[in-house]
Design a protein around this ligand. Structure first.
Ligand SMILES: [Zn+2]
Length: 89
């Protein structure tokens, strides 16, 4: 995420005050969908309430081959994979 994206995220003025950031995603080009050490270092723990989930896409040759979601578990002070269910709006 670029610094400009981060600035937008924290200054976002949603039309509907009930809207909020619930998740962030990024891709791992030519690599697996896992939560790397760099991902841990760059996670926004404590910056966004409620704590967002993180979606990591595995992309090979411009095609998404896998994806996994992770969330921060406060009492364990670590990230764990979680189930992400996508439902139609
Ligand atoms: Zn990553």
């Amino acid at each position: 995420m670029s610094p400009e994206d981060m600035e937008f995220l924290f200054q976002a003025d949603f039309e509907d005050p009930g809207q909020q950031v619930v998740g962030l995603y990024h891709s791992h080009p030519d690599n697996a969908a896992y939560f790397s050490e760099k991902d841990r270092e760059e996670a926004l723990v404590g910056w966004i309430e409620p704590e967002p989930f993180y979606l990591v896409l595995s992309v090979y040759r411009h095609r998404v081959l896998d994806w996994k979601a992770f969330r921060y578990v406060e009492n364990e002070n670590q990230f764990e994979e979680c189930q992400l269910v996508v439902e139609p709006a």
